[in-house]
Structures are given as C-alpha cells and as structure tokens.
Design a protein around this ligand. Structure first.
Ligand code: X5A
Ligand code: ZN
Length: 370
C-alpha cells in the first residue's frame, strides 16, 4: 500500500560540477543505494521524469535567461568543458537537458497526485532549484523546480492555494522572490541566519502588495537543533498553514541543516528529519492537502541519504518510521527501536526568543498566532 510516488532517474547523475564541488552526483548515488538497501525502493511507486517545456519554464523564468543558458550550453559543448554561470553554479555539456528534466520531474510529481491512492510524491533530482531567480542561476540552482511546479499545479490541476515549506539550511531566496507579491502561494523558509545568501531571509521580509503576510521567514541562529526546528514548526508553521487552508503543500527538502553537513552549522539529526517529516504528514492530514517534496541541498552523502530515505519512508507509510529501524547497525545510536530524545539547541534561550519575536511580528496577519 504505497502512498508516495517517487520520481527519480539515474540521468540526474550526469550534471557535473567542477571537482571537489559539494553538489556532486555522489549525492544521488548514495540515496539510490540506501533506497535499495532498506527496501524502501520496493515499497514506493516510481514514475519517470519528462523534460519541462520552454513554456513550463517561462511561467517563472525570463525567456532571455533561457536563451542565455542555451548559448552557455553551446559553449560547454564546443569546448567539452564545465562553464561557470555564477561563483558556485556550473554547466557541463549535459546540464541544460538535465536541469529541464529536473524541472519536469516536479510536474510529473504534481500530476501523480491526481491519483486518489497517492497522498504524496517526492522528486530526487539535481541540480537543485530554490536559489534560482527569474533571470539568474545561483547557489548550485539553474531552474527553480519547486516554483515551476507550484505554478503548474495552479494552472493545470486547479489547486488554488499552495503552501511551500523550505527546510534547506539556506534561505530560499529564489522561491521567495517569485511569489513575494502573491497571496496564492504562501512561502515559509527555515534557515540559518545570518548565512548565505547574505542579506536575505530576515522575518521582516513578509511579502509585498497583495502578498503581504504570505511570506514567513524563520531565521534561526547557528547551532539550532531538532528542538528549535520542531518548536518553530509547532508554534509558527502548523497554525499558519491550517489558517491559510492550502490545496497543496510543497516542501523544499534540503538536508544541509543536518548536524554532520559540511556547509551548515545547524544540529538537526536524522531522527529530527524523520520527526519533521511526521509533522508534515500531520499537516497534510489536518489540512486535507497532499504533499510534494523536492530535493534541494544536503552535502554529507551519508546523512543526506539516510535523511532523505527517512522522509520518503514517513511520507509513504503516513506515520513515523524510526530511522534506527530502517538503517539498523549502520546507524549506531544504541537503542535502534526508539527515536532518540531530540537534541538540544546550542543556545535554546536565543532560539526561543527568535521564535517569540517572529510570532509577535506575524500575529498581525494571522489570528492563530495571537
Ligand atoms: C541548494 C543549496 C547552497 C549554495 C551555497 C553557496 N545551495 N555558497 O544548498
Ligand atoms: Zn542549501
């Protein structure tokens, strides 16, 4: 009885960054390996991706940007080289096609939710998407996969109100920018703050025009762990989401807030990601909206793969699946049958104060916070 549709493809391993770049094909190879070793692969339904059309992409991206990428693709092809799009983002000869396939995977995942048996879907793709702007590649991202799929869900499935939760350690600046004026897409981002990108993600960035109050940033200090994330979820995300009443919930699922991630300084455990995923199931049940997850960051291939598979297993079963039971001896936590007590934050008082400040600020928009 599988409730989750997984969209994956080995072609997503063909997007290459320069050597030693953290966003590597190994990330997806590791996820595939854990999906197989745990047998979770046999429990889910799989669908193949298809490339997004230029029209699909142009709903959120500038046509001139797409043309620019096409000329960069020619450059990469002629030189047989990896060409830079910005300081961190690169294009190999195959990247353009693969990035289109990654965006298209999201459309397949959204469409899969038409099936009454499917309550969720997940796209295990690269390149990631949440930093990509209308007219600019950024932070390892080329097309904004989740934004493209959100618009597609509204246009082709008649899902009017979309609630996006972004738990990648970096602020989802691209997604925020695309929906900043739009009350039909509510954007929530948890992120380490201050961090990268610089100068975005403060909670006073709360939307503009008709979209005022529909952009919720949850900037958390370095050292925040499971406790702080779960508390922010319970006190901010859950009430606001239920008051908003979405037709679809989308997740920018980055795993770089893990305690062993090389890029972030947050303290989420693999168990913490399982608990956050359980919260997502709860929100889906309570709101009646289905869930589609998109892989974003996460650069420790061991903890990335176990955390991603935990999310998939929890969404697929509709209840908490204990990572210790999934990974057994490969996860050495002592008692494998229990979720460990959640880890603390380095400075819980500072986290509590931040959550209280955000709650007080947002209470003017959402009565459930009063
Ligand atoms: C998708 C993602 C991180 C970019 C960091 C650039 N991007 N310094 O995690
Ligand atoms: Zn990230």
């Amino acid at each position: 009885m599988s409730k989750l549709v997984l969209v994956r493809d080995t072609r997503f391993q063909d997007h290459l960054n320069p050597e030693l770049h953290p966003e590597s094909p190994q990330r997806l190879k590791a996820i595939d390996k854990v999906l197989k070793r745990t047998q979770v692969i046999a429990e889910v339904r799989q669908e193949a991706p298809r490339p997004a059309s230029e029209d699909d992409l142009c709903v959120v991206h500038e046509p001139a940007y797409i043309e620019h990428l096409q000329s960069d693709r020619e450059k990469a092809r002629k030189s047989c080289r990896i060409v830079p799009l910005d300081a961190d983002t690169f294009m190999c000869p195959d990247t353009y096609e693969i990035a289109r396939l990654a965006a298209g995977a999201g459309l397949v995942a959204v469409e899969a939710l038409k099936n009454p048996d499917a309550t969720s879907s997940f796209v295990a793709v690269r390149p990631p998407g949440h930093h990509a702007l209308e007219d600019k590649a950024m932070g390892f991202c080329i097309f904004n996969n989740i934004a493209i799929a959100a618009r597609y869900a509204q246009k082709h499935l008649g899902l009017k109100k979309v609630f996006i939760i972004d738990w990648d350690v970096h602020h989802g600046n691209g997604t925020q920018a695309m929906f900043y004026n739009d009350p039909t897409v509510f954007f929530v981002s948890f992120h380490q703050y201050p961090f990268w990108p610089p100068d975005t993600g403060w909670y006073k960035e709360d939307g503009a025009g008709d979209g005022k109050g529909y952009n919720l940033n949850i900037p958390l200090p370095a050292g925040t762990g499971d406790r702080g994330y779960l508390k922010a979820w319970d006190e901010l995300v859950r009430p606001v989401c239920l008051e908003y009443g979405p037709d679809l919930i989308m997740l920018s699922a980055g795993y770089d807030a893990h305690q062993f991630d090389p890029l972030g300084q947050q303290q989420i455990t693999t168990d913490g990601y399982a608990l956050l995923s359980e919260r997502l199931v709860d929100l889906s049940c309570a709101s009646g909206a289905k869930v589609v997850g998109f892989l974003e960051g996460g650069y420790n291939t061991n903890t990335l793969s176990q955390s991603v598979v935990s999310t998939i297993a929890v969404l697929n079963s509709g209840k908490l699946v204990v990572p210790g039971a999934l990974f057994g001896g490969a996860r050495h936590t002592g008692d494998e049958t229990l979720v460990k007590p959640v880890t603390g934050d380095r400075d819980p008082a500072q986290v509590d104060e931040r959550i209280a400040d955000i709650k007080a600020y947002f209470a003017k928009y959402w009565r459930s916070l009063r």
